[in-house]
Design a protein around this ligand. Structure first.
Ligand code: MG
Length: 203
């Protein structure tokens, strides 16, 4: 499986990092060893001092597809979950300042904690989902998928023009505003609507 992600997909998050609004989707990948599942603790690595949480809706691909038309994109994913796109903001800032890739800032081990997935049919409209992240019981991020610049079907279609999607691949769909640093000892809880999808500690 592979992990794909879109950056800069919510306007208010673009503003908080002083980034430019993209004129086409900003896509990046994380290696499979970025996955962290079953609410296992995240161990803070020593090569960064500034890991940020980015809570995101994640979809899972159910059928292989290449050059998928936007109109049919919905047939290629059938499950939805929640994930955290952990980002070593210090490494990313250094790379960005030199125009270099973000690979290590985004793809380090366990930089992609992901919840269990549920059928997308549990929800009436995936483009109108509330989701949020609490850190130590306090709400830090809150978003609604209706605010995506590129909706899920467009992301799936766009990526598939370049990278063939395969069953089991997952796609992070972007983070709303409120990203910020995590510390050792933090407890992170993620929600879609009122249902808790994630609950894990930083060690
Ligand atoms: Mg992100």
């Amino acid at each position: 499986m592979k992990i794909l992600a879109i950056g800069r997909n919510y306007t208010e998050h673009i503003a908080e990092l002083n980034n430019e609004r993209p004129d086409e989707p900003v896509i990046f990948t994380k290696p499979d060893n970025a996955l962290l599942i079953k609410n296992k603790p995240f161990y803070y690595p020593d090569y960064t001092k500034d890991i940020h949480h980015e809570v995101e809706i994640v979809i899972k691909i159910c059928e292989a597809g290449k050059c998928i038309d936007k109109r049919f994109a919905h047939k290629y994913y059938n499950e939805v979950g929640l994930g955290i796109d952990f980002t070593a903001r210090d490494l990313q800032a250094k790379a960005k300042s030199k125009g270099l890739p973000w690979a290590l800032a985004k793809g380090f081990d366990h930089s992609a904690p992901v919840s269990d997935f549920v059928p997308k049919t549990n929800y009436e409209d995936l483009q109108n989902l509330n989701f949020s992240l609490k850190v130590n019981g306090e709400e830090r991020q809150k978003g609604n998928t209706s605010h995506m610049l590129y909706p899920i079907d467009e992301i799936v279609s766009y990526i598939s023009q370049f990278i063939t999607l395969k069953k089991g691949d997952i796609i992070f769909t972007g983070t709303p505003k409120g990203v910020g640093p995590i510390q050792i000892g933090d407890r992170l809880e993620g929600f879609i609507e009122d249902k808790k999808f994630m609950d894990f500690e930083v060690k």
